[in-house]
Design a protein around this ligand. Structure first.
Ligand SMILES: [Zn+2]
Length: 340
């Protein structure tokens, strides 16, 4: 049986509403990859508020989301405004409440799920501080990739803040193993990612990305457009559990035993592993700071990614592994951020 014919979903066109305040916007030249320049040491937020409408992957109903600029050192905060009073959920390792199917953050009983593609876009675009107002318990799925959010952030413009960004450098490898799966971060001058997946499915098989330097340019070109993927039988099971009502061939690559159901096929040959890297970057951003290190993952997922975050927080508590760059030499007034 074919799963969800194309066009059967409630996908709404991306609608953009720009704010009116006119803040200075960084030129694209600031984002050139390569040597860590002065501009890359500064925190960034967006220049203007901007909104979009999409559907929730699980609810299948429209979700309205507005990104607002946020003050320096505030990080990323979701605000649920559909409740009797607004509830703020700061994104940090303590606010992760679930890593099943997607990454969910919460405060008390109030949650926002499927945050990882938006967080990946923010990380990839170098956005440190953002206020995300949302009227539903999930970020809209859009096309299943981070590209619509990259487009949204670009349309809002990027505002550089005077405060320096905080980055942590890994001094010795930290590794988490879970059966055949493993994840490791080791010392490196900049953030790079190696990722391998191995599926017993002819359309996926073994795919790997080897030591990809992560910067705005590589993120945009090689990662941001990679869509989430799933198997038709999994989606059927999720639907039976009341989930994935908004899932369709417009917002995921769906596979059955014979191959890929999407008529248009893949956007690029290694789209599956590229999406895994996208998810990883979204999950890494939950630390609230940039990591300088080489992250290697084999057969990972949100659960493993978040276990690495927990291991990093633990190592940080022990004081033996991480080094707060810049704090003494460049900006001693800024305290080391709390990781949990
Ligand atoms: Zn994903």
């Amino acid at each position: 049986m074919k799963y969800l014919p194309k066009g059967a979903c409630l996908a709404l066109p991306l609608q953009l509403f720009r704010g009116n305040n006119s803040r200075p916007i960084l030129r694209a030249s600031v984002f050139r990859a390569g040597v860590l320049g002065e501009a890359q040491l500064k925190q960034r937020t967006i220049a203007e508020k901007i909104s979009c409408t999409g559907i929730g992957l699980h609810s299948g109903t429209p979700v309205q989301m507005t990104l607002h600029p946020a003050r320096a050192n505030s990080g990323i905060t979701f605000v649920r405004y559909d409740l009797s009073y607004p509830v703020e959920i700061p994104v940090n390792t303590a606010s992760v409440v679930s890593t099943e199917y997607a990454t969910t953050v919460g405060r008390g009983d109030v949650t926002v799920s499927t945050v990882e593609h938006l967080l990946a876009a923010a990380y990839g675009m170098g956005i440190d501080n953002l206020r995300v107002e949302i009227n539903a318990p999930e970020v809209p799925i859009m096309d299943g990739s981070a590209a619509p959010f990259v487009h949204l952030i670009r349309a809002a413009g990027i505002f550089e803040q005077p405060q320096r960004r905080q980055e942590f450098r890994v001094r010795r490898p930290i590794e988490v193993r879970d059966g055949e799966k493993w994840i490791r971060v080791s010392p490196s001058r900049s953030l790079s990612v190696s990722y391998s997946i191995d599926f017993e499915h002819a359309s996926i098989g073994r795919q790997e990305l080897n030591r990809l330097e992560i910067n705005d340019e590589t993120f945009d070109r090689k990662i941001s457009r990679a869509r989430t993927f799933g198997f038709a039988y999994e989606v059927e099971a999720m639907r039976a559990a009341g989930l994935a009502r908004g899932g369709s061939l417009d917002n995921a690559i769906v596979l059955d035993n014979d191959g890929i159901l999407n008529e248009e096929g893949l956007r690029f040959p290694n789209e599956f592993v590229a999406h895994k890297v996208l998810d990883l970057l979204g999950d890494l951003s939950i630390l609230g700071m940039r990591i300088r290190g080489h992250v290697q993952v084999h057969r990972g997922g949100h659960d493993l990614h978040c276990k690495l975050l927990a291991a990093i927080v633990e190592a940080h508590r022990e004081g033996a592994v991480l080094d707060a760059m810049e704090l003494e030499s460049m900006n001693s007034r800024v305290p080391i951020p709390t990781l949990a």
